[in-house]
Every structure is written in C-alpha cells, then in structure tokens.
Design a protein around this ligand. Structure first.
Ligand code: ATP
Length: 244
C-alpha cells in the first residue's frame, strides 16, 4: 500500500529554487534513505512531508488524502507523520519522561496517568526506563536520540521522518541508532531518513534516493551508486566517502 505519494513537488525560498519536480512513493514498511550533497534540498523535502515547510506547488498524498490543502489539521498530521531532528529537539528543562508525556498530553489530550503509562512503555522499548528522571543534559547523545525517537513513536505514527539522526553521534552510538531503526523496521513502520552517513544508509536500507539540484536522480543500490564512475555528481559525492 502506498502511504505517501509525492507528485511534482516544488519549493522555492524567494528566488532560490530548492526542489523542482519531486516524484516519490513510499509504501508501507519501506525504509528509504535520502542522500545528496549539502544544500541539495534533503531536509527541505523531509520537512515538506509534515508541513514544517510549505511547498510552493505540487501534491503530497498521505494514505490517499492530500495533505497540502489548507483545511488539513497539521497537528493531527504530525501525529501520523513523526519527525526526528538531528539535534534531538528535547526540552532541556523537562525530564526524559516529561519530554515524552508532554507530547502525549498536548497532542493526544491524554491525562497524566495514561500519558505516563504510554511514555514508560515507549521508553522501555529503548531501555531508557532507568533514565526517566534525568534531564537531557545528563544523557549521552545516543540516549538523547533514543528519547527523541521514543517521543515520536509514542504518537503511533504511520511514518517516521529522520533528519540526519546520527550526525551528532559517535560511531558506536550511530550503530546503536542503526540497530534501533532496524528494530522499528520489523514493526512495519514506514521511514524516510536523510543522512550523510554511509554506514547508517547501508545498515538500514538496500537502496538510496539520490537528490541532486532539486530532483531525485537515482533510486539505486548503495554499492552501485558508490561505484558509478560515469556520473560526476555521484562520484563527487560518494568518492569523498568511505567505500561500501
Ligand atoms: N527557511 C529557509 N529559508 C531560506 N532558504 C532556506 C530555508 N531552508 C533551507 N533553505 C535553503 O535551501 C537549500 C537547501 O537546504 P536543505 O537544508 O534542504 O539542504 P540539505 O540537502 O538538507 O543540506 P545539508 O546536507 O547541508 O543539511 C539551501 O540552499 C538552504 O540555504
């Protein structure tokens, strides 16, 4: 089943055209990785999918319904399409547990007891229950990312968007996040992940979407892209990275 269908999507910031004619389908359970040079529009595309950025034109359907209509309830949409930020975006003055319950109380309208139970359930999936009373400053980067992912999953989203989830992490913690994403994959959640990290990309997905100058130029196996010497853009991008 197609969960997200993007058609002819464009985005301009003033005179700058960032996305030009994006077409992409995400099917249920897909884990897709979006790569491309810095400034190619990856984060912008990801952000369009839950309307953190408003596209200039085109269509995005979520489960067959247009999400760019002005009548769409954006808060409800963001429960269905969760977003995990590069820098975790946790509230520093709230504990781990409160970071997760806040979203449940505000977006789901849950009472404290119900929200606590749900939040503790999510945190336990990621072995974060022992850290529930800590503040973000008392956590490692990997633990912060676990909390951020637990918070997004507490909404039971159909889709999880991840924007460079390992870029602030060391290699060990990056592998931890990679394992975690693979566990989620087993649960059937649909994911689109922006990353520069080839280890993460090859660890979670078979294929990579390569974004270049506002269009998706390739949807291909990672090793094929990495060894494609005929394309100067790909070579420039993958040539700088470790071989896969
Ligand atoms: N809110 C904004 N206002 C104006 N320009 C923006 C805005 N957000 C992004 N841009 C511009 O859009 C272009 C694409 O940015 P985007 O963050 O999507 O790229 P990216 O591929 O994710 O880059 P990186 O890999 O460096 O994170 C950049 O030139 C950026 O300056």
């Amino acid at each position: 089943m197609t969960v997200i269908a993007i058609r002819d999507l464009t985005k301009q910031f003033g005179d700058q055209v960032v996305l030009t004619g994006i077409n992409l389908d995400l099917n249920q359970g897909d884990v897709k990785v979006l790569m491309g040079s810095s400034g190619s529009g990856k984060s912008t595309l990801l952000r369009c999918l839950n309307r953190l950025v408003e596209p200039t034109s085109g269509s995005i359907q979520f489960k067959g319904k247009e999400i760019l209509d002005s009548s769409v309830d954006v808060r409800a949409l963001r429960k269905q399409i969760g977003f995990v930020f590069q820098q975790f975006a946790l509230y520093s003055h709230l504990t781990v547990l409160e970071n997760v319950t806040l979203a449940l109380r505000k977006l789901e309208g849950m009472g404290l007891k119900e929200a606590n139970e749900k939040a503790l359930h999510e945190l336990s999936q990621f072995e974060m229950t022992p850290h529930q009373s800590k503040f973000p400053s008392q956590l490692s980067g990997g633990q912060k990312q676990r909390v951020a992912i637990a918070r997004a999953l507490a909404m039971d989203p159909a889709v999880l968007l991840l924007d460079e989830p390992t870029s602030a992490l060391d290699p060990v913690m990056s592998r931890d996040v990679c394992d975690l994403i693979n566990r989620l994959h087993g649960n059937g959640i649909t994911m689109l992940c922006v990353t520069h990290d080839l280890g993460l990309a090859s660890g979670i997905a078979d294929r990579v979407l390569f974004l270049d100058k506002g269009v998706i130029r390739a949807d291909e196996r990672i090793d094929v892209l990495a060894n494609d010497h005929s394309d100067p853009e790909m070579q420039a991008f993958f040539g700088k990275k470790e071989s896969v």
